[in-house]
Write a protein that binds this ligand. Structure first.
Ligand SMILES: Nc1ncnc2c1ncn2[C@@H]1O[C@H](COP(=O)(O)OP(=O)(O)OP(=O)(O)O)[C@@H](O)[C@H]1O
Length: 410
């Protein structure tokens, strides 16, 4: 068992064209590797009387990035470290949080030329598996879904309708009927994810032309088993969730009406439930009751948030003055997430063997017994021959064939 601290990163994206056109100033700055300052755009630096009412605030995270950070740097500092644990049976979760248009999809999926965390993680996972595959046998499967208005859709097979969450016999939450893909070709995966992402419910909002209205969840399951057959076969199983959350802005702030307002309410329900779980989990001595059942997202993430998983949150903000309120909300949400503590244990279990497998193991063991029996028989036959020859040798004392020690004893 390991105690994993919540790992919270913050990424500030570059000013967008629209923000530049609005002549927005930059109010969010990365001070150093961990510190971020959000300045108050309303503040007049010459107004000494109001200086102590400033809303300027600094925040500390495990790691902070600004617009100069590359996709590789963000991946290395956040997610890369999870892979070793994943192939040893530890669950992990990475989620991208933040308001619409602040770079969540860019960080997670990225572009063809600047791929994000999904593909980089899978590439390194496959490489790590290849390096240990002499002794271990792995199977990897992937699924990609969205949660939109509290309904689950398979992004790899959108025509399959809405899917249900079920709890399996081990108490783990599974999505019934989801498409599972097993491929270790990174190019193929990127194509699948790009295609899947196009199936996401996206609509232009006032805040983002191609705003994702849903939470997208890429789930990777890794199953590992020793290559040598044994009656009690140990199996390690781990799940990695990589989640691109829907925009966290309040419905009212994006001037949404009708359907958009309803979506906003559902998105907020999931994010509120997520926030409530984070709050409950981060209270040191207070109420430890965490209600995961409040939304599909928190039910699916039950193990990741409070239970058995290493969790990384990458919060995203715009640097622009016009986004001050949203950035402030995001920074304090991410700040609260820092105090979650999870206990992570390796997922190990023994597979109950099928009768046919027992029969083949018994046949193998019989063969092994037979081989050992004949080896023992051969050895005792040789020993008998030596015993018969031994005394004769001793009687030939003095002869040139007699070994020196016998001569001396005589
Ligand atoms: N770090 C970055 N560097 C360069 N471009 C970026 C960066 N972050 C975001 N962008 C660009 O900003 C735009 C909005 O980003 P993105 O779609 O990732 O936002 P989002 O947070 O996923 O939004 P939504 O919640 O609406 O889906 C995209 O055109 C994206 O390419």
């Amino acid at each position: 068992t390991q105690t994993g601290g919540e790992h919270v990163a913050l990424r500030i994206r570059p000013l967008s064209d629209a923000e530049q056109e609005e002549s927005a100033s930059v109010v969010a700055h990365r001070v150093d590797e961990q510190m971020v300052v959000l300045m108050d755009p309303m503040e007049d630096p010459d107004d000494v009387l109001r200086a102590n009412r400033s809303r300027e605030k600094t925040y500390m995270f495990d790691v902070a990035f600004d617009c100069s950070a590359t996709q590789e740097e963000v991946y290395r500092a956040t997610t890369k470290g999870l892979i070793e644990g994943l192939i040893s049976g530890f669950n992990a979760t990475v989620f991208a949080y933040g308001p619409t248009g602040c770079g969540k999809t860019y960080t997670m999926l990225g572009t063809d030329t600047e791929p994000g965390i999904y593909v980089r993680t899978l590439n390194d996972l496959f490489r790590a598996i290849e390096e240990t595959s002499d002794d271990m046998q792995y199977s990897v499967s992937m699924s990609y879904l969205e949660i939109y208005n509290e309904m689950i859709r398979d992004l790899l097979n959108p025509s399959s309708g809405f899917l249900d969450l079920r709890e399996d016999s081990k108490g783990e939450i599974q999505v019934a009927g989801i498409t599972e893909v097993s491929t270790i070709n990174a190019q193929e995966i990127m194509e699948l994810l790009m295609k899947g992402n196009k199936q996401r419910t996206q609509e232009p909002t006032a805040a983002n032309q191609t705003s994702s209205r849903s939470h997208a969840v890429l789930q990777v399951a890794v199953r590992q088993q020793s290559r040598c057959p044994d009656v009690l076969q140990e199996v390690r199983f781990a799940r990695l969730f990589m989640i691109d959350l829907a925009g966290s802005e309040r419905a009212a702030q994006t001037q949404n009406r009708g359907q958009r307002l309803k979506e906003g309410a559902h998105i907020n329900r999931s994010l509120l439930a997520l926030g409530n779980c984070i709050n409950a989990l981060s209270e040191k001595h207070g109420n430890k009751y965490v209600n995961y059942r409040d939304s599909k997202l928190t039910r699916l993430l039950k193990d990741s948030l409070g239970g058995n998983s290493r969790t990384i949150m990458i919060a995203h903000i715009s640097p622009a003055s016009v986004a001050f309120e949203e950035s402030r909300n995001t920074l304090s949400y991410a700040d609260r997430a820092k105090s979650i503590r999870t206990r992570v244990k390796r997922n190990l279990f023994n597979v109950p063997y099928h009768i046919a497998q027992y029969t083949s193991i018994i046949a193998d063991l019989r063969g092994e017994i037979q081989r050992l029996k004949s080896k023992i028989a051969e050895q005792s036959r040789r020993a008998d021959i030596r015993n018969v020859q031994g005394p004769q040798t001793q009687y030939r004392e003095g002869s040139s064939l007699c070994p020196a020690p016998f001569l001396m004893r005589a």
